[in-house]
Design a protein around this ligand. Structure first.
Ligand code: ZN
Length: 1096
């Protein structure tokens, strides 16, 4: 019953199969086959008007042999032929950001007395020609000084990337100790999840003088063009609008990069390398200032450079100071540029290897043969042909796949294809599913598999003639021949035990121990469930949900409830033998909500009363999961357990846990044990759950350590979710909990799923990250999968790839819909392959790269010391950038840090990962917080990791009050805040409003309904509802941000200079963090040093 099965008991097609009447989808128009006229796909032809048309000129749907041009230049959308004249060489390396760092003689303390300006060369060198996004940018971190005595860059730990030490000592100095994790001191709002801030102890440095040896000077020149935005007059390249900034090449470069040879296979550095070395030596010897004057390699060939002097922007700081943060790549600017350049046009998926717009850009997708980026995003859309190249570049080749992603209303859900009893058509050898890349031959009687090249017969009922181009004449009538994503109805062969599944069930399992009752949780939950049960997920236009429900309460023992519709009152059955869990009733446990409504309501009314006086504080946990799973097994269905749990399960039972929290383990080799489960019980239980299609969602309400690392094992392995509400109090946390619960109950979910990613010859999926279980090396098993869960898959070469045929991915997800229908969802994606490293670097997506790297690191902490994990990330990043520098960048001084355009944010984002709570915890981050965040990130999609690691900071009072658009974000740094304004910060889990001490009284009044700053309640979590434009606007913005995120973000109002401000500052990720995390500027310097070391 998995997608991997190579030999189903009965071949999926070609032999008579019992007809399953329920599978004829009326909306879809009947059975395709030799007798089915093409126009039976009525619904299908409808919503996609362009569908019957031939693809637009220049947009190739790219069947494998249809002549996708062999070079990447040819794949640039129509009208860009002009770029073709530039070979694979230098110019194609094109866009790159150059950040120049220079070494000056003499060690200078950080931020110390100004140095004489060193450079006379322009800081910004304007690449001629292409629009800003394509700009080859030189941001010169002019005059950044590195101790002349240090020739070899110091080890990473020198800069504060190393582990923070002395955490214990830090805690005392932190004013809000206890705020974050433990409730015992909790007068302030608990911030249970996510990133807390860190302790106050500055990072210990093994080599403090190294950190201080970085001194910077005012950059003497104008700003980086691509970071300041507007297209300059005369810069237009004259070509058509470029949708793909990453593809844009530079115009003739001969004058620019003499001798640069990027086209050649990666190998020893070209001669220029040695000259670089020389130049570098010179710098160290102190002759650096004068000789570096106008950059010979950069200055002169950029005629546009002077124009930048007139760029808007802050005035050039005249007195030398530390490295100008405005001169280093800005996430805000990159996001803004992408929105401006790519947000207006739909992203059409017909072209192979196209890099989609960023996740932060709003865009529509038109499926013309490749899966939407909402389903699959890749770290690179151009894969090196050989493993040697891939190893050299060190760019992870990974896809972030969200198979059941929700789409915006403007985009159609995948069409459902019903091939009747023959089932979906597959390749006989590799079992890939029919897709647009399969090549029909022999007049349509056979097809060649695009994954394994096997020639297969076309079953008679699927036969169709080919047109003169070799395309089937019905290609555009069949989703599986023309779309990147679609679904097949599965036959009984794809079902467990060769039996179509029953509709799934939801079981609500409520902790009724003392803590749960006292906090008001049980009463709140029971009240809410009464209405929530009307919102169980439904499929299509179904009148009512097919999902049945059941109820269990527990503390040390379990209580099952019979809520059969014929009963006048619910009946309770107690199971106290938790060591050998069984389900005491079958009939009446899982019921239809509408039929049993009266009994269910009665039960939900009675539960809070029944346990109101409980003194029982102990709970069990594993037996609860066991009971739910056994109940589903007995009912022969898949389903989901909603477990509401409050405490460490210390009652005598399987899965009993002890408190093993030990902060002293931080930064030791044993730190990993904090992330590992303390017993194997839960893994074994999870395995049973997966086999049953039992997904577990866990809602935690801890007042102290509950061992999230162990309790979250089953949710993690069954595709479930974990929510954590530390120190839950109804009045403070009701809204958040109710909102999360509602969303969780209502969301569409697939059950009993198996996902398999097939690839064309040359690469294969080798590693997987996410919330799932794997019992072999290829099949991702998911007891449940919702529209938010994401699986990241890494690929490795096992053979040489071919530039002409490219590389194909096919993700097949077999699952049971919430109506109980067995389906296969297929996503296809074609990527380009390259023999030039430059093509790889031009087609990367940093957000996706960070998603992969974060997950890789967060898994690494289970088995390696955290410091090792951090160092690995830094090294990999340095190798990626050094490889670019060596093979793709134009010759220039080694004093320059040159970043690929597509990766210019890699350092800043990677630094955010490195200093996140999992990898570098502050003193106030609890072990449970870290385990919680770790597992959350594991199944995040690219948009979620993006904002999680680099939070969004929005000024609320800067833009005109009447403006209806979201205020433009600013960089996450304290120096961007002005004390006369109010800001909002969010990262997908947390939401802050920061109020400057100098905010006008009128503004304070409008927003908080108090007359002065001092009267604002610090830690406020709800803004008063006031009838004025500012109040409405801010509350509207908060609502809209909450709606964009998958979890409810609780608001915390923070005042400048207030102690809670420390909490807020933790999220200003460009700044140095209290836990020892480097500032962006420092990290960039450090990265540069690492790169230079690799190059030397
Ligand atoms: Zn095949």
């Amino acid at each position: 019953m998995n997608v991997n099965q190579s030999a189903p008991p009965v071949p999926p097609y070609g032999q008579p199969q019992p007809v399953y009447p329920g599978y004829h989808q009326s909306s879809y128009g009947g059975q395709p086959g030799s007798t089915a006229p093409p126009n039976t796909y009525g619904a299908y032809n409808g919503p996609v008007p362009g569908y019957q048309q031939t693809p637009p000129p220049g947009v190739s749907r790219a069947p494998p042999s249809s002549g996708v041009p062999p070079t990447s230049t040819a794949q640039v959308p129509c009208g860009q032929g002009g770029y073709g004249q530039f070979g694979q060489g230098d110019v194609q390396n094109g866009p790159s950001s150059t950040v120049q760092m220079q070494r000056l003689p003499g060690s200078q303390p950080f931020g110390s007395a100004p140095l004489a300006p060193v450079v006379s060369q322009p800081t910004v060198l304007q690449p001629y020609g292409p629009p800003p996004t394509s700009a080859q940018v030189t941001a010169q971190l002019a005059g950044m000084q590195i101790s002349g005595s240090v020739i070899q860059a110091p080890p990473p730990s020198g800069l504060g990337y190393g582990p923070p030490t002395s955490l214990a000592s830090a805690s005392g100095s932190f004013p809000n100790s206890g705020l974050y994790g433990s409730c015992s001191q909790g007068q302030a709002p608990p911030l249970s999840q996510a990133q807390g801030h860190s302790g106050a102890q500055p990072p210990q440095r093994s080599a403090p003088q190294q950190a201080s040896s970085f001194t910077t000077q005012a950059s003497g020149g104008p700003r980086m063009p691509s970071m300041t935005g507007p297209l300059l007059p005369g810069q237009s390249f004259g070509g058509p609008p470029l949708n793909q900034p990453n593809h844009v090449s530079s115009p003739p470069s001969q004058a620019l990069h003499p001798g640069t040879q990027m086209a050649g296979p990666p190998g020893p550095p070209p001669p220029m390398h040695s000259s670089q070395q020389q130049g570098y030596q010179l710098q160290q010897n102190g002759s650096f200032g004068p000789t570096r004057g106008p950059q010979p390699n950069y200055g002169s060939p950029y005629p546009g450079a002077p124009a930048f002097g007139s760029q808007p922007g802050p005035p050039q700081p005249l007195p030398p100071k530390r490295l100008d943060p405005d001169a280093i790549p800005s996430p805000i600017q990159v996001i803004e540029d992408d929105r401006n350049n790519r947000g207006s046009e739909p992203f059409v998926t017909g072209v192979r290897g196209q890099v989609p717009p960023l996740v932060t850009t709003n865009f529509l997708v038109k499926d013309q043969g490749n899966a939407s980026p909402r389903y699959i995003r890749c770290t690179s859309y151009n894969i090196p042909c050989t493993s040697d190249m891939a190893k050299q570049a060190q760019v992870p080749l990974a896809a972030v796949i969200k198979p059941l992603a929700r789409l915006p209303p403007e985009e159609a859900s995948p069409y459902v294809v019903d091939h009747g009893e023959s089932g979906p058509l597959r390749c006989n050898r590799c079992k890939a599913y029919m897709c647009p890349f399969m090549q029909f031959v022999e007049g349509g009687r056979r097809f060649q598999c695009c994954f394994c090249s096997c020639i297969n017969d076309v079953p008679p009922q699927y036969f169709q003639h080919l047109d003169h181009t070799g395309k089937r004449v019905d290609a555009y009538d069949r989703p599986e021949l023309s779309l990147g994503s679609y679904e097949f109805l599965a036959t009984v062969d794809y079902c467990k035990n060769n039996k179509f599944p029953s509709p799934p069930a939801f079981i609500f399992m409520i902790d009724v121990s003392y803590n749960a009752i006292r906090s008001g949780l049980v009463r709140l939950l029971c009240e809410e469930l009464k209405s929530l049960l009307d919102f169980l997920p439904r499929e299509g236009g179904a009148e009512e949900s097919a999902i049945r429900v059941g109820f269990v309460t527990y503390n040390k023992v379990l209580h099952f409830y019979n809520v059969k519709s014929s009963l006048a009152q619910p009946q309770m059955m107690v199971v106290s033998d938790v060591a050998d869990m069984f389900v005491p009733l079958l009939d009446g446990f899982l019921v239809n909500v509408n039929e049993s409504r009266a009994v269910i309501i009665s039960l939900l009314d009675q539960i809070p009363e029944m346990f109101a006086d409980t003194r029982e504080t102990e709970t069990v946990f594993a037996p609860v999961i066991q009971a739910g799973m056994e109940a589903l097994k007995a009912a022969e269905c898949a389903g989901k357990l909603f477990i509401f749990h409050t405490s460490l399960p210390i009652a005598e039972a399987p899965g009993k846990l002890k408190n093993r929290d030990d902060r002293k383990l931080i930064n030791t080799d044993k730190e990993k044990t904090l992330f590992q489960p303390q017993t194997g019980t839960y893994q074994a239980l999870a395995k049973e759950c997966v086999a049953q299609g039992c997904c577990v969602d866990l809602f935690l309400f801890p007042n102290q350590y509950v061992d999230v690392a162990t309790l979250s094992v089953v949710p993690q392995l069954t595709g479930g979710s974990v929510y954590k509400y530390a120190c839950f109090q109804v009045e403070n946390d009701q809204e958040r909990f109710m909102s999360d619960l509602r969303r969780d109950v209502e969301k569409v979910i697939g059950f009993d799923a198996v996902m398999r990613v097939r690839t064309s010859t040359g690469i294969r999926a080798v590693d997987f990250f996410g919330a799932f279980y794997m019992s072999n090396t290829t099949d991702v098993e998911l007891a449940g999968l919702d529209g938010e869960k994401t699986v990241t898959v890494e690929f490795k070469h096992d053979d040489r790839l071919n530039e002409e045929s490219g590389a194909l991915l096919q993700c097949a997800l077999l699952y049971t819909s919430c109506a109980g229908q067995r389906r296969l969802r297929i996503h296809n994606l074609a990527l380009n392959c390259c023999t030039q490293l430059a093509d790889l670097y031009r087609n990367c997506e940093t957000d996706t790269l960070i998603n992969y790297m974060a997950k890789f690191a967060y898994r690494g902490v289970l088995s390696s010391p955290v410091k090792t994990v951090r160092d690995t990330l830094i090294t990999q990043c340095a190798q990626i950038l050094a490889c670019y520098r060596k093979n793709c960048a134009s010759p220039s001084s080694a004093g320059q840090l040159i970043l690929p355009e597509c990766m210019k944010l890699l350092p800043v984002y990677l630094n955010c990962v490195l200093k996140s709570d999992v990898l570098q915890p502050g003193a106030e981050v609890t072990t449970d917080d870290r385990a919680y965040v770790r597992q959350l990130v594991t199944s995040m999609d690219v948009a979620e990791t993006n904002v999680f690691f680099y939070p969004r900071l929005l000024p609320l009072t800067k833009s005109p009050i009447e403006s209806t658009t979201e205020p433009p974000a600013i960089r996450a740094s304290e120096e961007r805040l002005s004390n006369g304004d109010i800001y909002l910060l969010e990262n997908g889990l947390n939401l802050f409003i920061w109020v400057g001490a100098g905010v006008q009284q009128g503004v304070v009044q409008s927003l908080f309904s108090v007359s002065s700053f001092s009267q604002i309640t610090s830690g406020l979590s709800i803004l008063p509802v006031l009838d004025n434009p500012l109040s409405k606007k801010v509350r509207g913005l908060i609502d809209s941000l909450r709606a964009q995120r998958s979890r409810y973000m609780k608001l915390i109002v923070v005042k400048q200079e207030d102690k809670l401000e420390m909490l807020f500052k933790h999220f200003l990720v460009e700044d140095k963090s209290l836990s020892g995390g480097a500032s962006y500027v420092d990290f960039l310097c450090h990265m540069h040093k690492e790169i230079r070391q690799l190059l030397s």
